[in-house]
Design a protein around this ligand. Structure first.
Ligand code: SAH
Ligand code: SF4
Ligand code: F3S
Length: 470
């Protein structure tokens, strides 16, 4: 493949990312794979020669969004072809893995379908798509339109992807673990991402060092089940997430460490202790609980009850008293009664969350939950979600207000909506907006919190560094 178009311009790729942080990380890595092929990043699909949709299958609405976007891309492709140019359309991510060929059947304009474990093979897939396009231009009729790769290859993509390039505003994701063996009965992830796999500790540390060299001061370790991490170390031993966090903390220049997403069953003593012992480990933990009802937790195959969760929270708060907790909740799982839902509301009341995501149960094809009796009517789900979100929203607001008056370090990440405003994150992952110089983006700066809202805080920069940079 050549790296210039016939009009002499460089090729451009536009990647649209849906879903979780794993996809955000993967999208950057796809860009890294495409760069040596001559692809620069496009800001809009209109400017692009190649559009990649990095998709999410977690709930029905997430999947359906992909098909409406593909409809728009098909129209764009037809217009291009009428002008004698082309547009290559690739579907990556979890819908690609889950639906495979079905995607090309529903939308024949799609050129490439590539699953999350095969991104290192993108160059070959593009070459194959290009070959097919050339044959079609020459008038050949081809059986099956798209190029498909939804294998779970024996080799790990991580061993074949180029080193990550570029860090945005001091913050970087680092994927250390993929896949899941837990098989919660509502969830597609074990099917879309495959079996649990931990990257070797040395590979993680070397990527962390590269990220720091590229400007990262905050590293978020990622995995679908990140605290199940058990990576091989150079001496043949196995490292836990806690061990890995301690090693990342020793890298010069790492000011903040976060990790997500954790499973309550995999919070071991060492990891809990790390929250008290590692100063760079931020006092914030996303620990999905899904439900407060033992009966529902059992039906979800979560492998723990409400007591284990409450005890974990107590121990975590003993290790790190200012820990902010976040969680995920599902309402309306099959069989969930009013009493079960009340148990969830009581758990929220009892624990207190700084932030949370909550969802109506969505029936996903192929998961055990979708075949369970006693599916909950939509209206009941909606009412429960509204009640839960009102409570969680109140707790989030209260948490933000509780920090008003404090002076805290904020890692500024971007410009705000108003001119002269910059926005960043506190150690507890709250958004803070303040008046400040854009040059502070990518830096940790002390700010006094002056007003707390539902989703953010207003702050005033107080640090000397501000005067120096301004
Ligand atoms: N690995 C994480 C979650 C990954 S999916 C964990 O174990 O918790 C992110 C969140 O999406 C889940 O925590 C769950 O709350 C939600 N989710 C997953 N499947 C869902 C479904 N079928 N319907 C509604 N929400 C779902
Ligand atoms: Fe899905 Fe459960 Fe695995 Fe989380 S632990 S990814 S919810 S199967
Ligand atoms: Fe979605 Fe796949 Fe992540 S289903 S939530 S993009 S692992």
């Amino acid at each position: 493949m050549t790296d210039v178009r016939t009009d002499g311009q460089r090729k451009r790729v536009f990647i649209r990312t849906y879903g979780c942080q794993m996809n955000v990380y993967d999208s950057d890595r796809m860009a890294d794979v495409l760069r040596p092929l001559g692809y620069a990043m496009a800001d809009t699909p209109e400017q692009a020669d190649l559009v990649v949709l990095n998709t999410c299958h977690i709930r029905e609405r997430a999947s359906e969004k992909v098909y409406s976007e593909l409809g728009r891309l098909r129209d764009a492709k037809s217009e291009r072809r009428a002008e004698g140019r082309d547009l290559t359309i690739a579907v990556a991510g979890c819908v690609a893995q889950a639906e495979g060929e079905e995607i090309v059947r529903r939308q024949p304009a799609v050129d490439i379908v590539v699953g999350p474990q095969a991104y290192h093979r993108l160059p070959e897939l593009l070459a194959e798509a290009e070959r097919k396009a050339a044959l079609r231009r020459a008038g050949k009729r081809l059986p099956g339109a798209g190029v498909l790769d939804t294998d779970f290859p024996a080799e790990s993509k991580f061993d074949h992807l180029p080193a990550p390039q570029g860090v945005r505003a001091g913050s970087a994701f680092l994927s250390i673990q993929e896949g899941c063996d837990k098989f919660c009965t509502f969830c597609v992830v074990p099917y879309t991402r495959g079996a649990e796999y931990s990257r070797p500790a040395s590979a993680v540390l070397s990527e962390a060092r590269q990220l720091v060299a590229a400007g990262a001061i905050e590293i978020t370790l990622l995995g679908q089940n990140v605290n199940a991490y058990h990576g091989e170390a150079a001496d043949g031993s196995t490292w836990s997430l806690a061990r890995l966090i301690r090693a990342v903390a020793e890298i010069d220049g790492v000011a903040r460490i976060r990790y997500t997403t954790s499973h309550p069953r995999d919070m071991d003593d060492d990891l809990i202790a790390a929250h008290g012992a590692v100063p760079q480990l931020m006092p914030y933990l996303h620990l999905p609980v899904q439900s407060g009802s033992d009966r529902i937790l059992e039906a979800m195959n979560r492998r723990h009850g409400r007591d284990l969760f409450v005890r974990l929270v107590d121990r975590l708060r003993a290790a790190r008293p200012d820990l902010a907790l976040s969680s995920d909740f599902i309402v309306g799982f099959p069989g969930e009664s009013d009493a079960d839902f009340d148990d969830t509301m009581r758990l929220v009341d009892e624990v207190g969350f700084a932030s949370a995501f909550s969802f109506k149960y969505s029936r996903r094809p192929g998961t055990p939950g979708s075949a369970m009796p006693d599916q909950v009517p939509e209206a009941v789900k909606a009412a429960r979600l509204a009640a839960l979100q009102a409570l969680l929203g109140q707790q989030a607001r209260d948490f933000n207000i509780s920090k008003v008056g404090a002076t805290v370090p904020v890692l500024f990440a971007e410009t705000g909506r108003k001119p002269g405003q910059i926005v960043g994150k506190t150690p507890w992952l709250q958004s803070v907006y303040a008046e400040g110089n854009e040059r502070l983006i990518g830096h940790i700066v002390e700010a006094r919190l002056i007003e707390g809202h539902a989703n953010s805080l207003a702050g005033e920069i107080v640090t000397r560094a501000y005067e120096a940079a301004a």
